[in-house]
Design a binder for this molecule. Structure first.
Ligand SMILES: *Cc1c(COP(=O)(O)O)cnc(C)c1O
Length: 425
C-alpha cells in the first residue's frame, strides 16, 4: 500500500492505505468523534504562514489573517501565537480575535457596511486600521471618532479595476463590484479624509478577489496602487503602509497558484524598482493560510443507483460545506481507506438537505460502501465559517491535529443548543 501525500496537501497523506492528517488516522477520529467532522493540521497552517513570512524576510510587513475564512477560536489562536494580525469584517469577528488572545493593535477592519456600534467597539479596542470603503463611511467614522474622543486610523480601500480572472462572486476589484472607492476618485477621497478631524490617514488598501491563481493581477494592482501613492503623497498626504489584500488561491483540483514567497519575490522586486522597498506592507490572506489545512470527514449513508445518475448520499451537506452550492466550487473527495481492488461507481456525492443544490461533488468515481468514510479535501477555508443550521442540522465538530496530538476546537453542536434561545408564546 502507498504512503503518498495528496497534491496540494502536504500534511494529509495515506499511511499503509489509511488517510492521516499529520500523525493521526482519520478513521480513528471519525469513530471517536462522529461525522461530519472537520480536522485541521496545525503544521499545515504554520507552513502556509511560513511561506509568507519567508517572502517578507528583512522587510517591514504585517500578515493579517482574513479570519472570515475560518474564525474558529482555536484556529485564530494558532495564528495569534505565530504573531499574525487579523483582518476582520464585523464586530463579532473582533470579539473572537480578543477571545482568542489576538492583539487588537494588529487588527484591520474591512467591509462596506460597518455600523456605528461596530466602529465604537473597534475604537474602544484600539484596532490598527479601518479600511474605509466609501466617502459616506468616512463621514460616519469621523463623527463616531470625534464623539468617542479619539482619532480613527484609516486606509481607503481602492478598487483598482483589475480582473483577477476568478469566479464572478469572488472577484472584488472590478468596476461593477460593491467594494472600495473607484480608482478615479481615490485622490479626492483622501483629500476629504485629510480634512476630517476624527481621522488619521495611515495607509492605502486594495483587495482584488479570491482564489487568484496567477501573479499578473497582483502585479497590475500593485502598479496602479503605486501610481496612486505617488499622486496622494504629492498632495502632502503621507501613507505609512500599503495593504495589498488577500486572495491568493490554493490547489483544489490541480490549480497551480504561485507560492506565497514566489509571488512576493515578484511584488517586492516591483516595489524596489519603483522606490517603495522601505514602505511597510500589509497583507490579508485568508484561504491560502487555512484552505488546504483542513479536511471534512463524512460517512457514506446510502448508495443510490439511478437510471440517469448514481448518487452517493453522505452525512455532510451544504450546511457544512456550502461552497459547491454557492459557487459550484470543486472539492476533491477521497476515501479514508484505499481499496485498489474495488471497482468505483460514477456518482454525484450529495448531502441529506432538501435542496437540489445540496451536492458536494459531481460525477466522481467513488469506491466506498455505505458505512465507510470519505474525506472532502480543501475544507479548511470558507466551510465552517460559512456553515449554517439549515434543516436543523447541528454544526459539525472541529479538531486540531498537532503531530500525534488531537485537540477538540469545537465539540459537535447538540440539537438542544439549536433552539435553546427560542421562545414559545
Ligand atoms: C475575504 C477577504 C480577504 C481574504 O481573501 P482570501 O481569498 O481568503 O485570501 C482579504 N481581504 C478582504 C478585504 C476580504 O474581504
Amino acid at each position: 500500500m502507498t504512503s503518498a501525500n495528496l497534491p496540494g496537501h502536504p500534511f494529509v497523506h495515506y499511511r499503509r492505505g489509511t488517510l492521516c492528517v499529520e500523525g493521526v488516522e482519520l478513521g480513528a477520529l471519525a469513530r471517536e468523534h462522529g461525522t461530519p467532522l472537520f480536522v485541521y493540521s496545525k503544521a499545515a497552517m504554520l507552513a502556509a504562514l511560513g511561506a509568507y513570512q519567508r517572502g517578507f524576510t528583512g522587510r517591514k510587513a504585517q500578515v493579517c489573517y482574513a479570519m472570515k475564512a475560518n474564525s474558529t477560536l482555536g484556529v485564530l489562536q494558532v495564528f495569534a501565537q505565530a504573531g499574525c494580525g487579523f483582518d476582520i469584517v464585523s464586530g463579532g469577528e473582533l470579539a473572537r480575535v480578543i477571545a482568542a488572545g489576538g492583539d487588537a493593535r494588529k487588527v484591520i477592519f474591512s467591509g462596506v457596511g460597518k455600523t456605528r456600534a461596530e466602529m465604537r467597539q473597534a475604537l474602544q479596542a484600539g484596532i490598527g486600521c479601518f479600511n474605509v470603503e466609501s466617502e459616506a463611511e468616512l463621514d460616519v467614522l469621523n463623527a463616531v471618532a470625534v464623539e468617542h474622543g479619539s482619532t480613527a486610523p484609516i486606509s481607503i480601500r481602492v478598487n483598482p479595476n483589475v480582473d483577477p480572472k476568478t469566479h464572478p462572486y469572488i472577484s472584488t476589484g472590478l468596476k461593477g463590484n460593491k467594494f472600495g472607492v473607484a480608482h478615479e476618485r481615490t485622490l479626492e477621497t483622501y483629500q476629504r479624509a485629510a480634512r476630517l478631524p476624527g481621522l488619521r490617514i495611515v495607509g492605502i488598501d486594495c483587495h482584488i478577489g479570491s482564489q487568484i491563481t496567477d501573479s499578473a493581477p497582483y502585479l497590475d494592482a500593485l502598479d496602479r496602487m503605486l501610481d496612486l501613492v505617488t499622486a496622494i503623497e504629492a498632495h502632502g498626504i503621507p501613507l505609512e503602509h500599503i495593504d495589498l489584500g488577500g486572495g491568493l488561491g490554493i490547489d483544489y483540483n490541480g490549480d497551480t497558484p504561485p507560492a506565497a514567497d514566489a509571488l512576493w519575490a515578484q511584488l517586492l522586486a516591483k516595489l524596489d524598482a519603483r522606490g517603495f522597498g522601505e514602505r511597510k506592507l500589509m497583507i490579508e490572506p485568508g484561504r491560502s493560510l487555512v484552505g488546504n489545512a483542513g479536511v471534512c470527514v463524512t460517512e457514506v449513508l446510502y448508495l443510490k443507483p439511478g437510471e440517469h445518475k448514481n448518487f452517493c448520499v453522505v452525512d455532510a451537506a451544504m450546511n457544512d460545506l456550502p461552497r459547491p452550492a454557492m459557487y459550484q466550487a470543486f472539492h476533491r473527495i477521497v476515501p479514508l481507506q484505499e481499496h485498489t481492488e474495488r471497482s468505483a461507481l460514477l456518482c454525484d456525492v450529495v448531502g441529506p438537505v432538501c435542496e437540489s443544490g445540496d451536492w458536494i461533488g459531481r460525477d466522481r468515481q467513488i469506491s466506498a460502501q455505505a458505512g465507510e468514510h470519505l474525506a472532502v479535501l480543501s475544507a479548511g477555508a470558507y466551510c465552517v465559517s460559512m456553515s449554517s443550521n439549515y434543516n436543523s442540522r447541528p454544526r459539525a465538530a472541529e479538531l486540531l491535529v498537532d503531530g500525534d496530538a488531537v485537540h477538540v476546537l469545537r465539540p459537535r453542536e447538540s440539537v438542544a443548543q439549536l433552539f435553546a434561545g427560542e421562545m414559545l408564546r
